[in-house]
Design a binder for this molecule. Structure first.
Ligand code: CA2
Length: 146
């Protein structure tokens, strides 16, 4: 089973600022954490992070026929990007949306999620554990379709 983990703009800055919202773990720590979860679960994982919307769209398109599932934190593009929504729809790869913070309890402009409309599940407000839950859910979903 192959899972692609995509992170959007500024996720590479984790741990450097705003620890009250996003925690103190760095992006590298997030990768190690997800890698160790996937290793334990026998999942082949790859990672992509970009600050550019089109690069994220390209990455999703390249996943077509290559990846079984996608875990995506589109970051700020969550709230703006129909292009990312369309790309996820186009490849039709089961995707799970993750947000480190509890976006539902934050600003009005964070209350819309375009990508979330096509994702089979969303985890938010669980910190790095949201990625773990997303991987475990995807494994179950891909194996059993539930
Ligand atoms: O909670 C999340 O995971 C978000 O997707 C994170 C995005 C934010 O725009 C979304 O509304 C919710 C922000 C990415 C990280 O931004 C940083 C800002 C300051 C310092 C470090 C990272």
């Amino acid at each position: 089973m192959k899972i692609l983990v995509i992170n959007g703009p500024n996720i590479n800055m984790l741990g450097l600022r705003e620890p009250g919202i996003y925690g103190s773990g760095t992006y590298e720590a997030l990768l190690s954490f997800v890698r160790s979860v996937c290793e334990k679960e026998g999942i082949e994982v790859s990672f992509f992070q970009s600050n550019h919307e089109g690069d994220i769209v390209d990455c999703i398109q390249k996943a077509y026929g290559e990846q079984d599932g996608i875990v995506i934190n589109p970051a700020a593009y969550t709230h703006t990007s129909i292009a990312i929504l369309d790309a996820l729809k186009a490849v039709s790869i089961p995707a799970v949306e993750v947000h480190i913070s509890d976006v539902k309890s934050r600003e009005d402009f964070r209350q819309v999620s375009y990508a979330g409309r096509v994702c089979v599940r969303t985890y938010m407000g669980l910190g790095f554990d949201g990625y773990k839950e997303a991987v475990l859910f995807l494994k179950q979903y891909l194996n059993n379709g539930v």
